[in-house]
Design a protein around this ligand. Structure first.
Ligand SMILES: CC(C)(COP(=O)(O)OP(=O)(O)OC[C@H]1O[C@@H](n2cnc3c(N)ncnc32)[C@H](O)[C@@H]1OP(=O)(O)O)[C@@H](O)C(=O)NCCC(=O)NCCS
Length: 220
């Protein structure tokens, strides 16, 4: 893909499973995880390229089929498949979580383009394999992704989902009077955002453009 920051050119982030809870505000948090897997096993995060598309599509289909039913599993599976096939580590970033060489989680961040010079990404979708849910992996994966975006001078990250979950990783309700969603929202309370620059989120009147894969009312 010609990307300068693909998985081959970057070291993997090793995350040892530990029972200790280090301070999460520090970037060293990426070396730890509040997970309680079998002692001695390690998890690592990898920035993926399009070679992982089948593995990623299978993970999302299986996780969402288990949690939301077959229809939603197919819908999100096909979304993940389309995103994974166009993952370029610029407009579409995909990060995988691996334990013992197997993918146990994955997350996408896709570029949002505004009329104004704001570097913004949308987090969606994210999945942790059913057998590994509830052990802190989802939050660790999201935090790893946010740190990566911060290192790329991203100033804003938005998502559309359950505030109860995403508030655990820094997201807050986002009014469309501040930042509009790319398409009309069926559940405006799920529109969430967080600044990564340390400054307040700017007010932008026009709708941003999302990547083509999300340009479908079915997801909003
Ligand atoms: C949502 C998901 C990614 C979270 O990953 P995870 O590793 O299971 O979550 P963590 O262990 O890091 O965090 C667990 C916390 O999140 C909460 N949580 C998990 N899934 C949630 C959901 N769908 N809605 C609300 N809260 C949720 C748990 O209740 C738990 O809260 P607690 O610590 O107060 O008990 C994972 O459960 C998953 O893949 N679910 C199915 C797919 C999905 O719903 N994806 C999100 C929408 S794109």
């Amino acid at each position: 893909m010609g990307s300068m920051m693909n998985s081959r050119s970057r070291p993997e982030a090793e995350v040892q499973f530990q029972s200790v809870k280090p301070p999460w505000h520090h970037s060293a948090m990426l070396r730890y995880c509040q997970c309680e897997l079998i002692s001695g096993r390690s998890m690592n995060f990898r920035i993926l390229d399009d070679n992982s598309k089948e593995e990623v599509a299978n993970l999302f289909t299986s996780v969402f089929s288990s949690s939301e039913g077959d229809q939603e599993g197919r819908l999100i599976g096909s979304l993940a498949s389309a995103l994974a096939a166009r993952t370029d580590n610029q407009e579409i970033i995909c990060i995988g979580a691996y334990a013992d060489g197997a993918m146990i989680g994955a997350i996408f961040f896709t570029r949002l383009r505004f009329d104004e010079p704001i570097k913004a990404f949308m987090l969606a979708p994210v999945a942790v394999s059913t057998a590994h849910q509830g052990r802190g992996i989802g939050q660790a994966l999201i935090r790893f992704g946010l740190e990566e975006l911060k290192n790329r001078s991203t100033t804003l990250v938005v998502t559309y989902g359950d505030p109860a979950f995403y508030s655990k990783v820094g997201f807050r309700a986002l009014s469309e009077d501040v930042i509009r969603a790319p398409l009309p929202l069926s559940m405006p309370e799920g529109w969430l955002g967080q600044p990564l620059s340390g400054e307040a989120i700017p007010i932008v009147k026009s709708r941003p453009a999302c990547v083509q894969e999300f340009d479908d009312p079915a997801y909003w």
